[in-house]
Every structure is written in structure tokens, then in C-alpha cells.
Design a protein around this ligand. Structure first.
Ligand SMILES: CCCCCCCCCCCCC[C@@H](O)CC(=O)SCCNC(=O)CCNC(=O)[C@H](O)C(C)(C)COP(=O)(O)OP(=O)(O)OC[C@H]1O[C@@H](n2cnc3c(N)ncnc32)[C@H](O)[C@@H]1OP(=O)(O)O
Length: 361
């Protein structure tokens, strides 16, 4: 039996060498890297000269590791060898003259810069994979949190939609007459929604949302003072048209804000909805504060008259201090609150639209 040399094709990366030996159905493989940095290959198989024993040796240009990875298939033998140092070689063998049986493997061939890019892409992929995995691992309750927020937003959306639709339908049917019984027809639902809204102050404290605690507190406390103290405790206020304006302005923003949050919980965005959520407050917020201020001003005389919530004082100092004084201080706080939240919403709007513009570029 003759001993022949097979065709060998090679390619490299910064850290490894690939050899493809053109030998089908190879068996009795004997592949090793000797101490003199030489690969010895011997196998029985079907090559260019039919069934025979084929062998070759290659002395590498630079040191390689002795462990070899090889796989014999019906068509060829694939060999992978790791370089001792991660470096690009200008040729495979120590001898300058290329052995006749050796040729580039164009299926795998990359020049140095392409190989670098491949390496970089692999690194990036690895980093991305690690960061995704660590994000998932970091928060095992993410699904639960999103589920809770989604349900909260859904309930609020349904509540405020009910109020908005109810008021709109009544406005169309009864015209201005509907202004006078807004409270009696919608207050229960508004109580429910605004009590639930306390969770909006708790959520940032628990780290469930990125909202600032203060803007949320100003928002919820401000509305609840109007709802529970001004409208809830004074029957005389309940049939005033101002209730209509306050409730309508509150519910108009909420039927857009809550669906926007619901979509955020499922990582979805509708551009028009985002635009409405971050734009409608511009006219609605000042109008809302104005309507609330009108309600507070209208209630001052009623608190003076009924002495409700007044603080008892010695007779020398007039008998009692009317709650209307507290409300006058509150009126000042309202405009301070308006300023703080207007600024907050303006920043949120800029951040949102700026980051979207960047994503588009
Ligand atoms: C101690 C006594 C204090 C007394 C206070 C006295 C002052 C009272 C003054 C009060 C004036 C109030 C007037 C007001 O009642 C008038 C009106 O409401 S009129 C109607 C118009 N109103 C509005 O437009 C305001 C609506 N409200 C809000 O926008 C919010 O409540 C506010 C806190 C003001 C701002 O919202 P937020 O900070 O949350 O901004 P973002 O929406 O951009 O959210 C930030 C990120 O968090 C995510 N997030 C937030 N909430 C949720 C949620 N429930 N579910 C899921 N995700 C949520 C959101 O997606 C953002 O994430 P990302 O940045 O990744 O997009």
C-alpha cells in the first residue's frame, strides 16, 4: 500500500487554526502535535488517489497548543488547533515555501481585518447575552410587577373612562343641566379611582415605577383634598357646576395616561397615544388647577358659615379659627404645586421626545 499526502486546506482566526483534510470515510486517525510544534497526521481513507493510507506533517509558524479538536465526516476531516498566543500569522508554516499539498480554505478564509470584526461581533454578542441574562436574573419578579401595574392601570382606565363617558353622554342629553348633578352621578367612581391613586405614591417608593415620589404625591394629595374635603364634606358644593369642570379635566387626561402606561407594561408604544399623554397636560393642567382654585374659593364662605373643621380657640381670640384660613394657605400651595408639576411634566415631555428623536437617527 502506498503512503500518500492528502490535500489540506487551511484558514486562521486570531486564536485558532482550521485545517480541512480532503479525505472521505477516514478511519484509524492518528493526529498529534509533537513537541517540536509539528502536526503529524496519519489516517486510512479515500482521497485523490483512492483508498490508501494518507499522511502529512506541518511545522507551524508559531507555537500551538497540543490539544487537538478533530471531527471525521463522510467527506473530510476537520481539525481545529488553538494558537499558544492570540496573534495573526502571516503564514501557516515555519518554512517560507508553502507545501504543495496545502491551500487556503476559501470557505473559511478571512483576512486579518475581517477576522477582527468577527471577533468584535462575537464579543458584543457575548456582552449583550450576559447583560440580558443578568437583567432577567436581577429581577425575578419582573413579570409579577408588570402584571400588577398592568391591572392597576386597566382598573383606573376603566374607572375614568366610565366617568368621562357618563359625563359626556349626560352633557349631550341634558346640556348645561348636567353640570349640577355631576357629583351625584359620578362621585362614587371618582372616590374609588382617587383612593386607588394613592398606590401611585406607593409605587415609586417600592421602586415599581421610575416616577418621582414628590410629583406623584402633589398630584394625588392635591386632587384628594378637592375631592374629599371640598366636595365630599360640603353638600353645598356638590351641586355646583365647578364639579363638572374639575371631574372632566381630571378624567380627560387619565383616559390617555393609563392606556399609555398599560402599553408600557407590555413594552409597546403607540406614537399618537404617547404624544397625547405628553401634550394634553399643557392646556389641561393649568385649567385643572384653575377649576380647583375656583372650587376652593367658593368653599371659603361655606366653611366660614358652617364652622366645619374649624379649630377651637379661647373666647378671647374669637372662639374658633375657620378652616377657610387653612384653605387660603392651601391656595398658595396649589400654585406652587402647579409650578413643580408643570416643570416635572415639561422635563418628562422633553426627555421622552428627545430620546425618541435619538432612536430615530
Ligand atoms: C402635604 C400636602 C401637600 C399638598 C399639595 C398641595 C399642592 C397641590 C397642587 C396640586 C395641583 C394638582 C392639579 C391637578 O389635580 C390638576 C389636574 O390633574 S388637571 C388634568 C391634567 N393633569 C395632568 O395632566 C396630570 C396627570 N398626572 C400625571 O401626569 C402624573 O400623576 C405625574 C406624577 C404628575 C407625572 O407622571 P410621571 O412622573 O409618572 O411621569 P411619566 O408618565 O413620564 O412616568 C415616568 C415613568 O414611569 C412609568 N410609569 C409611571 N406610572 C406608571 C404606571 N402606573 N404603570 C406603568 N408605568 C408607569 C412611565 O411609563 C415612565 O417610564 P418611562 O420613562 O420608561 O417611559
Amino acid at each position: 500500500m502506498q503512503i500518500l499526502t492528502p490535500h489540506v486546506y487551511w484558514a486562521q482566526r486570531h486564536s485558532e487554526i482550521f485545517l480541512r483534510v480532503d479525505l472521505s470515510d477516514a478511519k484509524d486517525l492518528d493526529i498529534s502535535v509533537q513537541e517540536n510544534n509539528t502536526l503529524q497526521f496519519k489516517a486510512q481513507g479515500h482521497g485523490a488517489k483512492g483508498d490508501n493510507e494518507y499522511k502529512f506533517s506541518l511545522e507551524f509558524r508559531e507555537p500551538v497548543r497540543t490539544e487537538i479538536n478533530h471531527k471525521s465526516t463522510q467527506r473530510q476531516v476537520d481539525i481545529k488547533i488553538r494558537k499558544q498566543e492570540e496573534r495573526w500569522w502571516d503564514r501557516l508554516t515555519l518554512q517560507e515555501k508553502k507545501p504543495l499539498f496545502l491551500a487556503p480554505d476559501f470557505d473559511r478564509w478571512l483576512d486579518e481585518s475581517d477576522a477582527e470584526m468577527e471577533l468584535q461581533a462575537k464579543e458584543e454578542e457575548k456582552i449583550n447575552k450576559i447583560s440580558v441574562e443578568s437583567r432577567v436574573r436581577k429581577d425575578p419578579y419582573l413579570g409579577l410587577k408588570r402584571g400588577y401595574l398592568f391591572m392597576y392601570n386597566l382598573v383606573q382606565f376603566l374607572g375614568f373612562s366610565w366617568i368621562f363617558v357618563n359625563m359626556t353622554v349626560r352633557l349631550f342629553i341634558l346640556g348645561q343641566d348636567s353640570f349640577y348633578d355631576t357629583f351625584h352621578t359620578t362621585a362614587d367612581m371618582m372616590y374609588f379611582c382617587q383612593m386607588m391613586a394613592v398606590l401611585e405614591v406607593i409605587n415609586p417608593l417600592l421602586g415599581l415605577v421610575k416616577t418621582g415620589f414628590f410629583p406623584a404625591m402633589i398630584q394625588v394629595a392635591g386632587r384628594n383634598v378637592i375631592l374629599f374635603v371640598i366636595f365630599g364634606s360640603l353638600e353645598e358644593m356638590q351641586n355646583k357646576p365647578v364639579v363638572f369642570f374639575v371631574f372632566y379635566l381630571w378624567s380627560t387626561i387619565e383616559i390617555f395616561r393609563y392606556p399609555f402606561y398599560m402599553l408600557a407594561c407590555i413594552s409597546t408604544e403607540w406614537k399618537l397615544l404617547t404624544w397625547l399623554r405628553y401634550s394634553l397636560w399643557i392646556p389641561l393642567y393649568p385649567l385643572g388647577v384653575l377649576a380647583e382654585a375656583v372650587a376652593v374659593i367658593q368653599s371659603l364662605a361655606i366653611f366660614d358659615e358652617t364652622r366645619l373643621f374649624s379649630v377651637p380657640l379661647p373666647a378671647l381670640l374669637g372662639g374658633s379659627l375657620s378652616f377657610s384660613y387653612t384653605l387660603q394657605i392651601y391656595l398658595v400651595l396649589m400654585f406652587l404645586g402647579l409650578f413643580i408639576n408643570f416643570r416635572h411634566l415639561y422635563k418628562q415631555r422633553r426627555r421622552r421626545f428627545r430620546s425618541r428623536k435619538r432612536k430615530v437617527q
